[in-house]
Design a protein around this ligand. Structure first.
Ligand SMILES: C[S@@+](CC[C@H](N)C(=O)[O-])C[C@H]1O[C@@H](n2cnc3c(N)ncnc32)[C@H](O)[C@@H]1O
Length: 258
C-alpha cells in the first residue's frame, strides 16, 4: 500500500534541487526544434498548494523554496525562477509546481509527455491538473509503464525517476530499472533523484551505476544547511546519464542556491 504523499514535501529543498535540474535539462532539449518524448516514472499530482494543511504540517516548503525566494538565493533570470513566477501568476502566490507541471509548461505541442502514477488520489489530481493539455496520464507502475513504451517515438528525450524510497528495496529497483531502460533506449537521457541519508545507502546506487559505465554520467550531491527542512535527510542527489552537451555547467550553478 502506498502511504507517501508528496503534498507534505512539495517545495522542500530536495524539490528545488530536482526541479531546477529538470529545468536545465529541458532548456537544453528545447534548443532543437525536433520533437521529444518526456517520461516520468513517479509523477505525483503536478501542482501543490503550499497553504494546505499537509504542507503547513511539515513546514518543509517554508524552510525550502519559500526561504530561498525570500533570501533571493535563486537568480531571477534562472529558468526555474522564471517558471515559478509563471506558476504564481497563473495559480496564485502559494502554488508550487510538481515535475509534471514543469515539463508540461516548458514543452511544446509537438512533444510527447507520459506521466506514470500509482496512487489513485494523486492520479485524480494529476488528471485535473493536466486537463486541457496533451500530456498522457497513466495510472500504472512507473517502472513497468515506461519500459513498455520504450524505445519511444520521437526517439530523443528523457525519463525522470523520482521514487519516494518508502522501502529500502527501491534503491535496488532503480538500478535494475536503469539497466533495462538503457538497454531498450540507449540514447534516452535518464535523470534519477535520490535522498542523501546518514546511512549512506545512496552510495551503493552510485557505485553500481558507475560500475556499469553508462555514457556521459553526471553526479551531483548537495548537502543541505545544518537546519535542513527534512529531518533525517542530509541532502539531495541527482544522477544524469546521457547528459546532453552543455548540461554540466548550468547544473553546477544550482549549488549556489543552497
Ligand atoms: C516523490 S513523489 C513524486 C514527485 C514528483 N516527481 C514531483 O517532483 O513533483 C513520488 C510519487 O510516486 C508515486 N509512486 C510510488 N510508487 C510508484 C510506482 N511504482 N509507480 C508510479 N508511481 C509511484 C507516489 O504515489 C508519489 O506520488
Amino acid at each position: 500500500m502506498l502511504s507517501y504523499q508528496h503534498s507534505y514535501h512539495a517545495g522542500c529543498l530536495a524539490d528545488v534541487h530536482k526541479h531546477a535540474a529538470l529545468c536545465v535539462l529541458l532548456d537544453i532539449l528545447l534548443q532543437k526544434d525536433k520533437p521529444l518524448t518526456y517520461f516520468e516514472t513517479h509523477a505525483g499530482r503536478g501542482l501543490y498548494d503550499l497553504t494546505s494543511a499537509d504542507s503547513l504540517k511539515t513546514g518543509e516548503a517554508k524552510l525550502g523554496i519559500q526561504t530561498l525566494l525570500k533570501d533571493r538565493s535563486i537568480p531571477d533570470d534562472y529558468s526555474y525562477a522564471l517558471l515559478l513566477k509563471q506558476i504564481r501568476d497563473r495559480y496564485g502566490e502559494y502554488y508550487y509546481p510538481g515535475s509534471p507541471m514543469i515539463a508540461q509548461m516548458r514543452l511544446r505541442d509537438s512533444d510527447h509527455i507520459h506521466l506514470m502514477e500509482m496512487h489513485p488520489q494523486e492520479v485524480r489530481h494529476l488528471r485535473d491538473n493536466m486537463a486541457g493539455n496533451s500530456a498522457h496520464v497513466h495510472h500504472r507502475d512507473g517502472y513497468e509503464g515506461v519500459l513498455s513504451l520504450c524505445p519511444p517515438t520521437p526517439g530523443r528525450g528523457m525519463v525522470l525517476i523520482d521514487p519516494s524510497y518508502e522501502v529500502k528495496s527501491e534503491y535496488e529497483t532503480v538500478v535494475r530499472f536503469i539497466e533495462k531502460l538503457h538497454r531498450k533506449w540507449p540514447v534516452g537521457i535518464i535523470a534519477l533523484w535520490y535522498p542523501i541519508l546518514e546511512s549512506g545507502v545512496h552510495l551503493e546506487v552510485r557505485k553500481k551505476l558507475e560500475a556499469a559505465e553508462y555514457p556521459k554520467m553526471v553526479v551531483q550531491d548537495i548537502m543541505f544547511p545544518v537546519l535542513s527542512d527534512r529531518p533525517g535527510m542530509d541532502g539531495s542527489g541527482m544522477i544524469v546519464i546521457n547528459a546532453p552537451y552543455g548540461f554540466e555547467e548550468d547544473f553546477e550553478k544550482i549549488r549556489s542556491f543552497f
